[in-house]
Write a protein that binds this ligand. Structure first.
Ligand code: MN
Length: 248
């Protein structure tokens, strides 16, 4: 019977991110990764927590709970151009490691030792932020949505299968804007590493295949202007290019 019930408006296209893998002749398009949800972690590098005026934990035992928020899947940008958003005078870049889940988590709280089995691969992304709106919301104890979860707020690279990335801790994440180095950190500086974050998220949400997790940004966040070119990298493994276009 449901076969006869049609959509009353055209269904929006599902968000998808390209997957690339290394070949002898260079990176090849392996397919597309359909996205379900985009989770984001706040304050996951001590140097960035401090630059935002927050206290960085002195030790692992002292770190409390991570800060989580979400972006809509349709905020992802895969074509390398993001328009300067309306409603802000202070658009900031935040370069981040992105984790892509290829399997549903089992019911209940995920054991960090089992987290690796869920991971399909990795990319890097920009958690674009209307810093003025986020700062005003924080001051009033209000949600961050307008500061974080706007159209085209999540430019992302192609994903690389986990087997081609290997161990994350020694890898270096960096961002250049118009050729100038703005952000750079080794991933061993994460306060909560990937298994820790998937463990903490699983206490709050049912993690599923198609979920992405933006892992938080190191220090050096700063303002972007229309015309700026952002170039992110994870060593020489993953690259992201995104131009900030004039407001639409
Ligand atoms: Mn962020």
């Amino acid at each position: 019977m449901n076969d006869h019930i049609h959509d009353i408006i055209p269904a929006p296209a599902a968000a998808r991110v390209p997957v690339r893998g290394a070949t002898v002749s260079g990176p090849a398009l392996l397919g597309m990764f359909p996205v379900r949800r985009v989770y984001c972690v706040g304050r996951n590098f001590a140097d960035h927590a401090r630059e935002m005026g927050a206290t960085a934990p002195a030790s692992k035992a002292d770190r409390g709970m991570p800060v989580f928020f979400l972006k809509p899947a349709d905020a992802l940008v895969i074509d390398g151009v993001a328009a300067y958003p309306p409603g802000t005078q202070d658009l900031h870049h935040e370069i981040e490691l992105v984790v892509a889940l290829g399997r549903d988590a089992p019911a209940g709280v995920l054991d960090p030792a089992q987290a690796g089995a869920l991971i399909f691969g990795y990319g890097i992304g920009l958690d674009l932020t209307r810093r003025d709106l986020q700062t005003a919301a924080k001051a009033k104890g209000l949600p961050w949505d307008t500061g974080k979860s706007f159209d085209q707020s999540a430019p992302i690279s192609a994903l690389l299968p986990a087997s081609e990335v290997g161990e994350l801790a020694p890898r270096t994440l960096s961002l250049r804007v118009n050729g100038t180095l703005r952000q750079e950190s080794r991933l061993d500086q994460l306060i909560w590493d990937v298994p820790d974050i998937l463990h903490e998220l699983s206490k709050l949400y049912a993690l599923c295949a198609g979920d992405l997790v933006f892992m938080g940004t190191p220090a050096g966040v700063a303002a972007l202007q229309p015309g700026d070119l952002c170039e992110g990298s994870l060593d020489d493994l993953i690259r992201l290019e995104c131009r900030i276009a004039p407001p639409r």
